[in-house]
Design a protein around this ligand. Structure first.
Ligand SMILES: Cc1ncc(COP(=O)(O)O)c(C=O)c1O
Length: 360
């Protein structure tokens, strides 16, 4: 039972696949500009204008090979040796690795006391004279928690006041569950986003993980630096994926709503079920497709850590969950509901068996 997946179990919607076929047949198989084809830049700009009332110019938008490359470009173009980068815990595993690649230093912010939700006060306290950047990720992988929009705005006020930069990883932008609402840092007033890079992705929203397509939105200077990084490494995002991404943004959006409804159904079931497992405490995640229960109530002399707990599940019940320690949250495990309800039900049954058997 694999409950570890970090990608949608849905197929890419047919209209998006068709757009890729048309592009191939029309010979759109050559290099593109490093920043991406004009139609994709325009579609991204239009989406941010329509949905977030944000005005971006073409010189501030670039297509990337996944949201991951947008974050990578942003970090390596900005960070020099020993610059400090604030990373709230729990974090997506690649953030500190990217900082290390740039020879910067990760400075982690503890958020557990506030249910893993970052606050402006926490950011203010963590900033030192060496701080250059903060990486924000809401909805969060792994916690699924969402920073409330008012708090996000206050965080960006601290960022602007202190003159540091921010990356907002909005890879799970569309995956929020009521009463939480879709929020992008792009909707903040322009003074608050002068030093902001938004990293966006098609991977989760449109079930396109394998297509490797995302984008970055940032001020003109930062974008220019990111274009240099990308221009001398991977050049452009795949031409065919770019054509598919234009359709993803401009075509019908029903498939997104349908996927979201299914995630919501699984989430409802999973949260109740996990909170019935003796020793588990699972806060309600407002977004993404992960539950992140605290399993410290199940640890014993023979199984002292969440890593050992995850291992026990694998060995005794062939069930895969992801240990929280890799995300900076020892004592927690990540369970993905980007998998069928049947599999979730069987997975939770097995988790319960391990816990109740007392082997954990
Ligand atoms: C928090 C977060 N950011 C970024 C990414 C990168 O996604 P991609 O490069 O596929 O767009 C992922 C993928 O798992 C993620 O979980």
């Amino acid at each position: 039972m694999d409950l570890g997946a970090g990608e949608p179990d849905f197929d890419t919607p047919q209209n998006i696949k068709d757009a890729a076929l048309v592009a191939m047949q029309a010979g759109k198989t050559k290099y593109t500009p490093t920043a991406g084809i004009r139609d994709l830049q325009k579609a991204i700009i239009e989406m941010y204008r329509r949905d977030f009332s944000a005005i971006y110019e073409r010189s501030q938008v670039m297509a990337t090979s996944g949201g991951k490359q947008a974050i990578f470009n942003a970090v390596v173009s900005l960070i020099n040796r020993d610059d400090e980068v604030l990373i709230p815990k729990p974090f997506w595993v690649s953030f500190p690795e990217m900082v290390a690649f740039a020879r910067g230093r990760s400075a982690f912010i503890e958020t557990e006391d506030n249910g893993f939700v970052l606050t402006a006060d926490m950011v203010r306290r963590a900033i030192t004279p060496k701080t250059k950047l903060i990486i924000l990720n809401s909805p969060s992988n792994p916690s699924g928690r969402v920073i409330p929009p008012a708090e996000f705005k206050e965080i960006m006020e601290v960022v602007a006041e202190k003159g540091i930069y921010a990356v907002s990883d909005e890879c799970y932008l569309r995956f929020v569950y009521p009463p939480a609402t879709v929020f992008s840092a792009a909707s903040l007033r322009p003074e608050l986003r002068q030093r902001l890079c938004i990293a966006g992705s098609f991977s989760k929203t449109y079930a396109m993980t394998g297509w490797r397509i995302g984008y970055a939105l940032a001020n003109g200077d930062w974008t220019k630096a990111m274009l240099k990084v990308q221009g001398h490494s991977t050049s452009n995002a795949t031409s065919i994926s770019q054509a598919a991404a234009v359709e993803a943004l401009s075509g019908p959006q029903e498939s997104v709503a349908a996927m979201l409804a299914e995630y919501a159904r699984r989430r409802e079931w999973l949260l109740n079920a996990l909170n019935e497992v003796p020793g588990f405490i699972c806060a309600k995640p407002e977004g993404a497709f992960y539950a992140f229960p605290d399993v410290r109530g199940c640890l014993k002399a023979s199984v002292k850590t969440s890593a050992q707990f995850a291992n026990e599940l694998l060995e005794k019940e062939q069930t895969v969950v992801t240990d929280g320690a890799g995300f900076g949250a020892d004592g927690f495990i990540r369970i993905s509901y980007a998998t069928s309800l049947d599999r979730l039900q069987e997975g939770v049954k097995r988790i319960k068996r391990v816990v109740e058997r007392g082997s954990a």
